[in-house]
Design a protein around this ligand. Structure first.
Ligand code: 3HC
Length: 279
């Protein structure tokens, strides 16, 4: 199959990698050439890391040959599936969907990796709402097994089945959710991360102790503040704003410390500073 991925950030490059590793032809596009160059480097390293573990380094070049990097979205026009993974902002995503719909062939399925924005609203930007769905991967994409498939108001069963079978082929597990703010996993996860930020912001414990508490007390692989840094605090702020705006429920109020860190340009690992400082 020919797969397009739009947006070469943390999620986009991971998504491109996993499709290439299951043998698909992948075109990764981004408006920013520097971001694409960085994505290519990261993908090369991560493909090597995964293949080394299974003693299959000889397959590295075959996987890398499946990938093309471009700043020209129109190369995606005859893709079977395009996964959009641009910044978590409805206006930006709406314009990407409108643009892709204008030149893609009628067979192309348009999926979004949004963390929780409305699939139905994005589908409404296109003339193919039945062929639009959510395909929500988890970070780090090559490691995390889940893909949350989200059904918009008009998504057809054929679209869901197509995406489900591709997910299975990549040896990932899928769940299907209705279009609703933050779907299933983030709806449950984000309030937990948010509460950790309130505990930190209220000075109840240090970041290290909050994380140790959750790692050793609830068997999570990493603590909530370290996970927040890994996801990206800018992304988390957008996601939390969506939850609060869409539900209007004050229980989803945004921790002041999250706003403050984002306003200071500290987005977590991607800027080397968030709740922790990274080398
Ligand atoms: N590519 C390939 N392999 C990777 C990788 C990557 N990017 N990152 C880590 N790995 C592999 C390592 O090679 C290692 O493999 P090994 O055990 O076979 O040697 C394994 O993962 C563990 O890595 P590390 O030892 O370096 O570090 P950790 O033990 O801390 O594990 C982790 C890393 C798997 C990311 C673990 O910390 C974890 O599971 N964290 C929680 C992740 C999570 O919850 N993600 C979901 C976030 S929510 C989200 O994405 C939704 C969005 O919409 C907000």
């Amino acid at each position: 199959m020919k797969i397009g991925v739009v947006g070469s950030g943390i999620m986009g490059n991971g998504i491109a990698q996993v499709f290439a590793m299951s043998g698909h032809t992948v075109i990764l596009s981004d408006l920013n050439k520097q971001a694409l160059d960085k994505a290519e480097l990261v993908i090369n390293q991560n493909v090597e890391r995964v293949l080394k573990k299974s003693n299959q380094l000889d397959k590295k070049q075959t996987v890398l040959d499946c990938l093309t990097y471009t700043t020209d979205n129109s190369l995606l026009k005859d893709a079977d599936l395009i996964v959009e993974a641009v910044t978590e902002n409805m206006e930006v995503k709406r314009s990407v969907f409108k643009e892709l719909d204008s030149f893609c062939t009628s067979k192309t399925i348009l999926a979004t990796n949004t963390s929780g924005l409305s699939i139905t609203e994005l589908a409404n930007m296109t003339n193919r709402p039945g062929k639009v769905c959510g395909m929500h991967f988890f970070n780090p994409v090559p490691v995390m097994k889940l893909v949350e498939i989200v059904r918009g108001a008009e998504t057809t069963d054929e679209t869901i089945q197509f995406v489900q079978s591709l997910t299975k082929e990549m040896e990932k597990v899928s769940i299907v959710a209705k279009d609703s703010p933050l779907f299933v996993v983030n709806r449950i996860l984000i309030p937990m991360l948010s509460e950790a930020m309130f505990v930190y912001g209220e000075g109840i414990a240090s970041a290290e102790d909050i994380d140790s508490g959750m790692v050793y007390g609830t068997n999570q692989p990493i603590g909530p503040l370290r996970l927040a840094d890994m996801i990206g605090l800018d992304t988390l702020l957008y996601v939390q704003e969506t939850l609060l705006e869409e539900t209007g429920d004050s229980k989803y109020r945004i921790p002041p410390i999250l706003k403050q860190l984002v306003r200071a340009g500290h987005y977590g690992r991607k800027t080397n500073k968030g709740f922790y400082t990274y080398e």
